[in-house]
Design a binder for this molecule. Structure first.
Ligand code: NAD
Ligand code: UDP
Length: 331
């Protein structure tokens, strides 16, 4: 199949390109390198021993999107491109709404024009909001969303639902990711955020490598067994495989799947596992709670297993090992 992967040089997109390349697929990548590096393309070619057509285009420029579709007989689109930092989205809402929404609208309009109607969208567990659950299933409706980044995800989901209602010949899959972490086992691709990381795993990696001094664990007085927050961490390679399965197995129409492991891990468990499997020290201190954090947020991942035959295979140990392997290559 000829697949356009938007944001294909980013963290999740690049790992998905690797998995897609294992099948008989022709992959076209578009990425404006806003949050990625062109070197990732070389790494992808090294890992897969395949070549990929790459467009360094910005999806907010509709003529550019048209150009890609006029030059290639694209059959499906996996749409990763977008801005994703929650804190930044609160400071720069217009930047987030315009990039994430305009990119998606341009893509969908051009797809419609070229009669390409298979679309997989990177959504987020954040669309559930806080419904006081330990596990979130797709049967729940979208909840109250507290930041512009999350709103862009919810708004795009709604746009896609409306599009499908208007024309049910579209095949649309909304994938709601829980906490993507880890790296490819080659150590060649992974997550390397610019500046000081906001997320737990990249922060742990920077402390372990000595680039940052100490990890602050945001609160140890939550109603969880060790007092620290629990999340559903998913290895990025498992996540990437979920996209391949969605492409192959999702029933016709509009479908929504959680991509998570269904198992929770606490912040403290993540830190101690990282230290144990990698034999490194992660300095940490207990700090105040971070505003907006929930004690526990995990996926009910049974629907993806039932309908797509997909479940996570990698463990928290694998996540810690692969993340560290990638980080060491950056040193
Ligand atoms: P990423 O930033 O590593 O990848 C996104 C890529 O899109 C980057 O390479 C960036 O350069 C590119 N991009 C952004 N705007 C673009 C534009 N206008 N035109 C062309 N390219 C553009 O992020 P990621 O972690 O790989 O996330 C991929 C998708 O998954 C995003 O939509 C994100 O919101 C979603 N998601 C991520 C997480 C997570 O924790 N990483 C969780 C839930 C959902
Ligand atoms: N966390 C932490 N210290 C950090 C970053 C994160 O203790 O420097 C905690 C955070 O409070 C949350 C968990 O790690 O409980 C996961 O946070 P992350 O930002 O990675 O993902 P979120 O689930 O908030 O999207």
């Amino acid at each position: 199949m000829k697949i356009l992967v938007t944001g294909g040089l980013g963290f999740i997109g690049s790992h998905t390109v690797v998995e897609l390349a294992k099948e008989e697929n022709e992959i076209i990548i578009v990425d404006n390198l806003n949050n990625s590096k062109e070197e990732v393309l070389d790494k992808l070619e090294e890992i897969t021993q395949k070549k990929f057509k790459f467009y360094k285009y910005d999806l907010t420029e509709k003529e550019r999107v048209e150009e890609i579709f006029s030059e290639n007989n694209i059959e499906a689109v996996i749409h990763f491109a977008g801005f994703k930092a929650v804190g930044e989205s609160i400071k720069e809402p217009l930047m987030y709404y315009s990039n994430n929404l305009i990119s998606t609208l341009n893509l969908l309009q051009v797809m419609k024009k070229y009669n390409v109607k298979r679309f997989i969208f990177s959504s987020s567990a954040t669309v559930y909001g806080d419904q006081g659950k330990e596990k979130y299933s797709e049967e729940l409706s979208r909840g109250k969303i507290t930041n512009p980044y999350g709103m862009t995800k919810a708004m795009i989901e709604k746009i896609l639902e409306d599009l499908y209602a208007s024309d049910n010949s579209w095949d649309i899959t909304l994938l709601r990711y829980f906490n993507p972490v880890g790296a490819h086992s080659s150590g060649l691709i992974g997550e390397d955020p610019k500046g000081i990381p906001n997320n737990l795993m990249p922060y742990i990696m920077k402390v372990a490598s000595g680039k940052l001094e100490i990890l602050s664990i945001f609160g140890n007085d939550y109603p969880t067994p060790d007092g620290t927050c629990i999340r559903d961490y998913i290895h990025v390679v498992d996540l990437a495989k979920g996209h391949v399965k969605a492409l192959q197995k999702a029933p016709k129409g509009l479908n929504i799947y959680n991509l998570g492991s269904g198992h929770g891990t606490s912040v403290l468990e993540m830190v101690t596992t990282f230290e144990r499997v990698n034999n490194v020290k992660v300095n940490y201190k207990i700090a105040n709670r971070r505003e907006g954090d929930l004690p526990e947020y995990c996926a009910d991942a049974t629907k993806a297993f039932r309908e797509l035959g997909w479940k996570t295979e990698k463990t928290i140990e694998d996540i810690c090992r692969d993340a560290w392997n990638y980080e060491k290559n950056l040193l």
